[in-house]
Ligand binder design. Structure first.
Ligand SMILES: [Zn+2]
Length: 166
């Protein structure tokens, strides 16, 4: 639920295109959940470049669709119809979960592109008798954070991460 959870894309390579104009993605109905993901992916230079280099030896898959969209987004307001077709989103008037589609896109793109966002969580179970522990390593593409109201009335992602790691 996008009102209570925020997905943090774990990358520090967000571009700041100070020199260029930003363009939007047209909403096909209720595809804003998808548009927000696509814009975040577009703004991540490392991801954009990986998708570009992979699209050269791929045909008609998500790498190619994303690269075509990203090239278009540099110049004009763009359509997402080809991307929704590739993702098999038919009900464009239905709101979907952003995190779920981020995961789907990152699972479908090349390894080179998906690794830009890949992290690993370690779930540690500690025995309260002897203190020994076992670790479970779980790969992830995003974290669902509780939105914490900070003292000045703004929501803080940092507080959300702290709460998540507790
Ligand atoms: Zn024990």
């Amino acid at each position: 639920n996008n009102r209570y959870l925020i997905s943090v894309l774990l990358t520090t390579n967000f571009d700041n295109f100070l020199y260029m104009k930003y363009y939007g993605l047209r909403n096909q109905g209720a595809t804003c959940y998808l548009n927000s993901i696509l814009q975040a992916l577009f703004m991540t230079r490392e991801f954009r470049e990986a998708v570009k280099s992979c699209s050269k030896h791929h045909k008609d898959d998500i790498n190619v669709q994303l690269n075509t969209l990203f090239e278009s987004l540099k110049k004009k307001t763009s359509e997402t119809t080809e991307v929704t077709k590739t993702l098999r989103i038919e009900k464009v008037y239905e709101q979907q979960d952003a995190g779920q589609y981020l995961e789907k896109i990152l699972s479908d793109v090349s390894d080179e592109a998906s690794k830009v966002f890949k992290g690993e969580l370690i779930h540690r179970t500690v025995c309260d008798q002897c203190g020994s522990h076992t670790d479970d390593e779980v790969p992830f593409f995003f974290l669902s954070l509780p939105l914490m109201d900070s003292s000045n009335g703004n929501y803080s992602v940092e507080d959300g991460i702290q709460a998540f790691l507790k």
